[in-house]
Design a protein around this ligand. Structure first.
Ligand code: PLP
Length: 384
């Protein structure tokens, strides 16, 4: 193998056609397909939680999670500013008020001190955000919740938007598993993908039943309609998407291991580079994006262009808008978000599949990391 990079492409196939054929031939093309049952068992094992309900998107899973927990329309949900619009969109869809907080500059996830500050008797949910797959200190969030609930100030529950963090782990379970509900997305760019779809996982039997009823018009399996009495809508997934997820589950653990290893190699190669700030990788994080921040935000766009000139694929400059700067979501905002603004203004994204082993070859991945590190240094030299 030479010293030129071979960039991995995404998605990586894993025998999906066989399972898709099973769905097609079964004549059971709705959520009652056998595939749903098979994936439920495997997924619960993979994420280390007792129940897992599948949805037609991650947004739907978040919406159902909020609807399962909310008690009145005046409830508030605390979440971070630096995220995909869907986090805020699901909150608005449920009729609740988003209260947006700033992020911790080290972990990149919502700042615990800020969360604590904005809790009121109306707070119903803290929506934790392991954004980019980075770990948000769930134990610290639970401590804040327990303190508030103990004082009788509120009855707060924890939902984790793990749509970018399906392979991030805390105490061997998916990030946020110690809270009430963890939601994820199977959208095309995610580490575990079916093209579209999502899940909501919980360890609580009643919550699982509510989630399941809600995604199916509030029904509990026609004609025996006895259950939670929660209303609902149709948020059911197509079993073809679930079949793809089921095959992808076979290769995800190996991919996660490769990503973590190769991201660490890149970080080690760039350790002495003072013009950029590297992502806060940890052993158990689930890297969706390798986020680099330029110390001088003024050079961001030129730096991005120079990286593209050097043939680096799958890179971008991040989100177009923070939730705290978006008039659709910012009504409930009671603080400015200078850290999120700083991250937003300075970030460059390298997507997770750049860090896979091309054709399963770790030596080629090392070559890729060396090329990336050199391209980053050269691009910085050019624009600094
Ligand atoms: C943080 C976050 N939340 C929610 C979503 C919504 O997921 P979906 O696109 O499956 O609705 C996404 C991504 O797509 C996301 O990145």
């Amino acid at each position: 193998m030479g010293n030129t990079p071979i960039w991995p492409t995404w998605p990586v196939t894993s025998g999906e056609d066989e399972l898709l054929g099973v769905v097609a031939r079964s004549g059971r093309w709705d959520v009652n397909s056998r595939i749903t049952g098979q994936l439920t068992k495997k997924m619960a094992k993979y994420i280390g939680m007792r129940h897992c309900v599948f949805f037609n998107s991650g947004t739907s899973a978040l919406y159902a999670a909020i609807m399962t927990i909310r008690s009145s329309k005046s409830d508030e949900i605390i979440t971070g500013s630096l995220t995909f619009e869907a986090t805020g969109g699901a909150i608005l869809l449920s009729g609740l008020t988003p209260v947006i907080v700033d992020h911790d500059i080290k972990t990149l996830t919502p700042d615990l001190a800020q969360i604590k500050k904005v809790i009121t008797p109306r707070t119903k949910v803290i929506m934790s955000l392991p954004i980019y797959g980075m770990l948000p200190n769930t134990a610290g969030i639970i401590e804040i919740i327990e303190e508030a609930n103990k004082e009788g100030l509120a009855d707060i529950k924890l939902i984790t938007d793990a749509c970018q963090a399906v392979d991030a782990r805390e105490n061997k379970s998916i990030v946020g598993a110690e809270g009430e509900i963890v939601c994820g997305s199977f959208q095309q760019s995610k580490q575990l993908t079916g093209g579209t779809g999502g899940f909501a996982a919980t360890n609580d039997d009643w919550t699982a039943k509510c989630l399941s009823d809600f995604h199916n018009h509030g029904r509990v399996g026609f004609p025996d309609d006895t259950g939670t009495n929660i209303h609902g809508v149709n948020l059911r997934p197509h079993p073809a998407a679930l079949a793809i997820v089921l095959s992808q589950l076979e290769i995800v653990p190996g991919q996660t291991e490769a990503r973590r290893r190769n991201m660490k190699i890149l970080s080690d190669l760039l350790q002495d580079e003072k013009r950029i700030i590297l992502p806060p990788l940890t052993n158990d994080c689930g890297p969706h994006i390798y986020v680099i921040r330029v110390v001088d935000a003024n050079i961001k766009l030129a730096f991005l262009a120079e990286l593209k000139n050097r043939g680096i694929p799958s890179i971008s400059g991040g989100y177009p808008q923070l939730l705290s700067q978006n008039p659709n979501f910012a009504e409930g905002t009671i603080c400015l978000c200078p850290n999120a603004e700083m991250i937003q203004a300075s970030q460059i994204w390298l997507m997770h599949w750049l860090f896979l082993d091309p054709k399963g070859n770790p030596d080629q991945a090392r070559v890729n990391m060396q090329y990336l590190a050199q391209a980053i240094r050269e691009a910085l030299d050019k624009v600094s």
